[in-house]
Design a protein around this ligand. Structure first.
Ligand code: SF4
Length: 316
C-alpha cells in the first residue's frame, strides 16, 4: 500500500490551473514517486521526479521549477512558504503502544511530550494516557520551523525547550532527536518507540564527551573552512560571516552536499558547519577531519566556555 495519499494528491492538483508537476521525496519514499507519476500522467499532467538526495524540507528541489509549474515535496513539514511548492507530510496513523515500559522511567509529574513529524499527531493520545496515570503532560505549540505541536527537528528543539517540564518523553524511532532534545534542554529524556513500545533512558553524556574530544582534536588545526549550505532552508551565510573574523585563517566554503570526499579535496584540517546542524553530531564518524558546530568553534577559539555548550539550532 502506498504511503503517499495518491487520490488526495490527484484531487488537489486537479483543482489547480497547472499542467507540469515535479515530485520530490526523501530516500525512504522515493520508490513511491514513479507510481504517483504514472497516475498523474494518466490524468493528463506531465511529471518529472527529482532524483537528488533529500533529507528535509530545507532542501526543496527548486531547480525543478524550471521545468514544472509546481513542486510537490513529500515526507516533511513545511519550513518556508513558496507560492509554487506544496509540502506534504506523511503522518503515521494516530497510535501509541502500551505504556507499561515507560511509566517507571519518568521523573517528576510534568512531562514534556515531543516527537518527529511522522508521529507528532499521536502526542494528544499519549497525553490522555499519561493523565490517566496521574502525570501532567505538556505539548508545546507549533513554531515557525516546526508546524506541528510538540514537533522537534534535528535543527530545532523549540518544542522541547518550551515545555518547561521535569522530564521529556520522546515518541519516535531512533534516538537522534531525543539526544538533541536532552542536550538542548539539559532535561532527562525518555524515548518510546511507537511500534514496539520499547522505552529507554536517553544518554546525553557520551555524545557530549565525543563532541569534547572532537574540539580537542581540532586544536592542532591552523586553517578553518566555514561551510555554508546552498540548500534554501539551511543557508546561514550571515552566521558564517559573523564567525569569519573569529580566526585569522578561516574561509567561507559554499557547498551543496557535504561529503567526506569534498572535505578531503578542499584540504582544510578542520571545518565549521553552518549547514544542517545534524552533520557534525550524526556524521562526524564519516568525515576525515573535525567538523565543529558554530558554538564548538567559539569554544575552540576561547569565545565560549565548555560549561556554556549549546546544541546548534537554526532559529528563524
Ligand atoms: S537542516 Fe537538517 S535537521 Fe533541519 S530540516 Fe534540514 S535536514 Fe532536517
Amino acid at each position: 500500500m502506498s504511503l503517499i495519499p495518491i487520490s488526495d494528491i490527484v484531487e488537489r492538483v486537479r483543482s489547480l490551473s497547472i499542467r507540469r508537476i515535479a515530485l520530490q521525496a526523501p530516500e525512504g519514499l522515493k520508490r513511491e514517486l514513479p507510481v504517483l507519476a504514472e497516475v498523474l500522467r494518466e490524468e493528463g499532467f506531465s511529471v518529472i521526479i527529482s532524483g537528488d538526495p533529500c533529507y528535509g524540507a530545507c532542501d526543496l528541489a527548486l531547480d525543478t521549477l524550471d521545468y514544472a509549474d509546481i513542486l510537490i515535496h513529500f515526507g516533511h513539514t513545511p519550513l518556508m512558504d513558496h507560492p509554487r511548492v506544496l509540502v506534504e507530510p506523511i503522518l503515521q496513523p494516530e497510535q501509541i503502544p502500551l505504556l507499561d515500559s515507560v511509566l517507571p522511567l519518568l521523573t517528576g509529574k510534568k512531562i514534556g511530550l515531543i516527537s518527529t513529524a511522522q508521529h507528532a499527531n499521536s502526542l494528544p493520545l499519549l497525553a490522555e494516557e499519561l493523565i490517566k496515570h496521574g502525570f501532567s503532560p505538556v505539548i508545546a505549540p507549533a513554531s515557525p520551523r516546526t508546524p506541528l505541536p510538540g514537533q522537534v527537528l534535528g535543527c530545532t528543539y523549540t518544542a522541547a525547550r518550551e515545555t518547561q517540564a521535569d522530564c521529556l518523553l520522546y515518541l519516535g524511532t531512533g534516538v537522534f532527536h531525543a539526544i538533541g532534545s536532552g542536550i538542548a534542554t539539559r532535561l532527562p529524556v525518555i524515548s518510546l518507540d511507537p511500534y514496539t513500545g520499547e522505552a529507554g533512558v536517553v544518554e546525553t553524556d557520551r555524545p557530549l564527551r565525543r563532541r569534547f574530544a572532537v574540539i580537542e582534536k581540532a586544536r592542532s588545526a591552523d586553517r578553518f573552512g566555514i561551510i555554508v549550505s546552498q540548500k534554501c532552508g539551511q543557508n546561514r551565510m550571515k552566521l558564517a560571516e559573523e564567525l569569519l573574523p573569529i580566526h585569522p585563517n578561516a574561509e567561507i566554503v559554499l557547498l551543496r552536499e557535504v561529503t567526506a570526499d569534498q572535505l578531503l579535496n578542499l584540504g582544510f584540517p578542520c571545518y565549521v558547519n553552518c549547514a544542517c546542524p545534524r552533520l557534525g553530531l550524526d556524521d562526524q564518524i564519516r568525515f576525515p577531519v573535525p567538523v565543529l558546530s558554530p558554538p564548538e568553534f567559539e569554544i575552540l577559539c576561547g569565545r565560549r566556555e565548555w560549561d556554556d555548550y549549546e546544541i546548534d539550532e537554526i532559529r528563524s
